[in-house]
Design a protein around this ligand. Structure first.
Ligand code: ADP
Length: 312
């Protein structure tokens, strides 16, 4: 768990992070979102002390980060930046092996770890280990960047606009891959982005920053249903709110009584996907089944749309 307490950063007279307090639970993804210059990167970089706080403190598992030697702290926290930041003159293997080598792992353990990570990121070790960054596509470079950050099995991963340099299709795939890997490894992630859709897609919790201040911190559902008036409300409004609300709810939340023909939809499907199925197959309603295939009722386009409306 990370506890950020009254954390501030000043450069001269300018306050770039102003009294931020927030808690990040273990094994979750927290997304810090806001426009450029809001102070997001500075907040992130105060967690691994790339930037020294002016006041306030950061506790990791109860320990003040100021009490941890800088090198030890940085090696125990993964860090990924936009455009991946790979070392151009090191191979994929050499890049991923960076921190384990600094930590003095033996070569066999390093080789096994690199191979494991390449598999995890769907890069065939035989093909990719000896390649240099410039021989990879943008998406592949990005995956190697994340693999490198995870190499020494950090419990915490900091990501600063990690998908910012990717085109939209690859970006969406990279987001899904990150979610799958995070769910599997249980790594705690704090990720910075300016993209509200990305925040909703990835964040277990979302922290909205503007002009150095934390304006709201909550789940996607809380931000969608009760955004703080002003900046947060406008930012949330950029993210296709009805569809975000539908993504958060499940078919089981919209079941209506009655029987109907057609291929059943699983009750755990999110309403956005269910709506897409209905529209695509030309049905107004379809049966709903649980995981064992038992029919629970039906779901209709009208019933789904009600879940995408502005909360009363
Ligand atoms: P964001 O990540 O939200 O775009 P940053 O944390 O990078 O915002 O920057 C917040 C503000 O702090 C910006 O106005 C930036 O110019 C300023 N800033 C960042 N680093 C420094 C620095 N080393 N010296 C002076 N000002 C800085």
């Amino acid at each position: 768990m990370i506890e950020i307490e009254h954390l501030s950063k000043r450069y001269g007279d300018t306050v770039v992070v102003d009294d931020v307090t927030m808690r990040v639970d273990e094994g979750t993804i927290t997304v810090v979102v806001g426009t450029s210059g809001a102070g997001k990167s500075t907040l992130l970089r105060m967690i691994n002390r790339l930037v020294e706080p002016s006041s306030g403190r950061v506790l990791i598992d109860g320990q003040d980060t100021m009490a941890i030697p800088e090198d030890e702290l940085r090696h125990s926290i993964g860090y990924v930046i936009q455009g991946h930041g790979l070392f151009p003159h090191r191979t994929v293997f050499g890049n991923i092996a960076t921190v384990p080598r600094l930590l003095g792992w033996d070569s066999r353990r390093i080789a096994e770890r690199v191979e494991e990570l390449l598999h995890l990121f769907q890069l065939d070790p035989a093909e990719f280990s000896e390649k240099y960054p410039h021989e990879l596509s943008g998406g592949q470079q990005q995956r190697v960047g994340v693999a490198r950050a995870l190499a020494a099995k950090p419990a915490l991963l900091l990501m600063d606009e990690p998908f910012g340099a990717l085109d939209p299709v690859i970006r969406s795939k990279a987001q899904d891959d990150l979610l799958a890997i995070q769910r599997r490894l249980g790594t705690t992630i704090v990720l910075v982005t300016h993209d509200m859709e990305e925040a909703f897609h990835l964040g277990d919790r979302i922290a909205v920053m503007d002009e150095a201040r934390l304006l709201q911190y909550g789940t996607a559902a809380e931000l969608l249903s009760h955004p703080v008036e002003g900046f947060v409300e406008r930012l949330v409004g950029t993210a296709d709110r009805p569809f975000q609300l539908l993504s958060l709810a499940r078919v089981r939340d919209a079941i209506e009584p009655g029987a109907v023909g057609g291929e059943p939809i699983d009750a755990s499907t999110n309403l956005r996907d269910a709506l897409s199925r209905l529209v695509w197959t030309g049905h107004d309603t379809l049966p709903v089944a649980d995981s064992s295939g038992a029919i629970l009722g039906r779901v209709s386009i009208g019933g789904i749309l009600a879940h995408g409306r502005q909360p009363a």
